[in-house]
Design a binder for this molecule. Structure first.
Ligand code: 5GP
Length: 183
C-alpha cells in the first residue's frame, strides 16, 4: 500500500513507479465522487452511492472509507486473483489500517512531504477554495501524526522521480525477501 496525506503527490509517485516496475498490478478503487475534468475514465470505477453501498454490503470490498474532506466513499474491491499475489493499493490511512488488520503481512509505504509548509503550498496550488484547503490541511496533519506508527517504510516526496525510485527499491527488496523465504 502507498498512503500519505492528500496533496503529498502519491499519484505522481505511483505513475513514476510503474515506469520502474511495469509488471506491478495496481488495484482500481471504486468511488462515489464525480470524475474530475481531464481525469482518466479508468482512474476509478465511478459509481453512485446506492451501488457502492450494495457492493459493500455484499462483502465486495477489502476496505472502504468515507473521506471526511469530501464526504465521498472510496473502497478497494476484493481482487479476482489470489490474495497472496502482489497488488498495489493507493489509499488513505484509515483504509490502510483496515487492510493491515485483515492482512498483517501487507506492507505500508507512507509518503510524507519534505515539510508541512510544502504540503500546504501543494494543497493551495490546486486552486481549491480556502475552506477546503484548511479542511484538507487539518486532515493531512492528522495523517502525518498517525501514519508513521503504522508504516513499514516512510518515503519523503522531495522529488517524484527520486521518491518513486526509492519505493521501487523497497518493493524490490521485499520481493527478494519473500522469494528467499519461499513464501
Ligand atoms: P481523490 O479523490 O483525490 O482521487 O482521492 C482522495 C483520497 O482517497 C486519496 O488519499 C486516495 O489515496 C484515497 N483513496 C483512493 N482510493 C481509495 C480506496 O479504495 N480506499 C481508501 N480507503 N482510500 C482511497
Amino acid at each position: 500500500m502507498i498512503s500519505g496525506p492528500g496533496g503529498v503527490g502519491k499519484g505522481t509517485v505511483v505513475t513514476r513507479l510503474r515506469e520502474h516496475l511495469p509488471d506491478l498490478e495496481l488495484s482500481r478503487s471504486w468511488t462515489t465522487r464525480d470524475r474530475r475534468p481531464g481525469e482518466d475514465a479508468d482512474a476509478y470505477v465511478f459509481v453512485d452511492r446506492d451501488r457502492f453501498v450494495a457492493h459493500r454490503d455484499r462483502g465486495g470490498f477489502l476496505e472502504w472509507n468515507e473521506l471526511p474532506s469530501n464526504g465521498q466513499l472510496y473502497g478497494t474491491p476484493v481482487p479476482d486473483g489470489s490474495l497472496a499475489d502482489e497488488l498495489l493499493l493507493e489509499i488513505e490511512l484509515n483504509g490502510a489500517r483496515q487492510v493491515k488488520q485483515r492482512f498483517p503481512d501487507a506492507v505500508l509505504i507512507f509518503v510524507v512531504p519534505p515539510s508541512t509548509e510544502d504540503l500546504e503550498r501543494r494543497l493551495r496550488g490546486r486552486g481549491d477554495d480556502e475552506e477546503s484547503v484548511v479542511r484538507r490541511m487539518r486532515l493531512g496533519l492528522q495523517e502525518l501524526a498517525e501514519g508513521p506508527a503504522l508504516a513499514d517504510h516512510i518515503v519523503v516526496n522531495d522529488e517524484a522521480d527520486r521518491a518513486a525510485a526509492e519505493v521501487a527499491d523497497i518493493i524490490g527488496s521485499r520481493r527478494k525477501r519473500r522469494a528467499d523465504s519461499g513464501a
